[in-house]
Design a protein around this ligand. Structure first.
Ligand SMILES: [Zn+2]
Length: 288
């Protein structure tokens, strides 16, 4: 699933294409991806003629804001690709769910080969999707606020970090990577972390997201940016998808276990299961 760095990469590309451009036609909208009060045909009709004002991101959601004050909420689901490109006479790829023509002549497409993304009409896009935790790259997300999020919780740290109501935008890849960088076992109860460990985790989350953003995201299977290009961060992952390969830090084999019902990658030597094991020092990213 696209996580914060991937969705943010797409946001930047989409903004470049749609801000200041009008929607001239909604050529295709699969009614099954539409959520909310405004149904597919009505939603498509409302989009036509709207002028793009901005593209915002909240967690893993995008909001295509119009100068009218309304907007379109987009979520890419498990494997959605949102691309911008020139009009083509070729047939649309299978599983094309949305095709929007712009006044520039470009076309925005949402293609989801595995599971539906979703769209919804926002009458007041300033609100955006509600009920979400802080943005981890915002100034509001501090070590202190992370400490309050984790405090008293007996759930595994991994489960708390995956919960969008606690922290917005993290998914399986970057939670595993942040915990590896912070030398924390994913199954440790969230509330068991000491202040130094919380500080290390806070820095690790921000650094891994910034590194991945600089690489325009991580591509394993489906993710592509809005130009159809792969993200480059997979080559730099510490643990995710590396089961059986040597830890880049200590050489022990990376293992895959199940935590919070999710496949979870870790180095058992760097991330001991026992509480407070090992040194409490931060592991810096490859860019220091
Ligand atoms: Zn290791």
């Amino acid at each position: 699933m696209p996580e914060l760095p991937e969705v943010e990469t797409i946001r930047r590309d989409l903004a470049h294409a749609v801000v200041g451009r009008a929607i001239t036609a909604v050529e295709w909208l699969d009614a099954r991806i539409v959520r909310g009060d405004v149904e597919g045909a009505e939603l498509a009709a409302r989009m036509v003629g709207r002028q793009g004002a901005a593209v915002a991101r909240r967690g893993k959601f995008l909001v295509w804001r119009f100068t009218s004050g309304e907007g379109l909420l987009l979520h890419l689901g498990m494997s959605g690709r949102l691309t911008v490109g020139p009009r083509s006479d070729e047939a649309w790829p299978r599983h094309t769910h949305l095709v929007v023509a712009l006044s520039s002549g470009a076309v925005v497409r949402l293609v989801d080969p595995r599971r539906f993304g979703r769209v919804a009409w926002l009458a007041a896009p300033a609100a955006g999707p509600g009920g979400m935790g802080p943005e981890p790259l915002s100034p509001r997300f501090t070590a202190e606020s992370l400490g309050r999020i984790l405090a008293g919780r007996r759930a595994p740290i991994k489960a708390v970090l995956l919960d969008q109501r606690r922290v917005a935008g993290l998914g399986n890849i970057y939670v595993d990577e942040a915990l590896f960088r912070a030398r924390l076992h994913p199954a440790r109860p969230a509330g068991s972390l000491g202040a130094r460990e919380v500080g290390a985790l806070h820095r690790a989350i921000r650094r891994v997201l910034r590194d991945a953003l600089a690489d325009r995201g991580t591509t394993f299977m489906d993710y592509r940016d809005a130009h159809g290009q792969r993200g480059e961060h997979a080559a730099h992952l510490g643990v995710y998808g590396r089961a059986g390969q040597p830890c880049r830090r200590c050489g022990a084999p990376i293992v895959r276990v199940v935590v919070a019902a999710r496949g979870t990658h870790l180095c058992a030597r760097c991330q001991p299961a026992g509480a407070h094991g090992g040194s409490d020092t931060e592991v810096s990213g490859r860019r220091g």
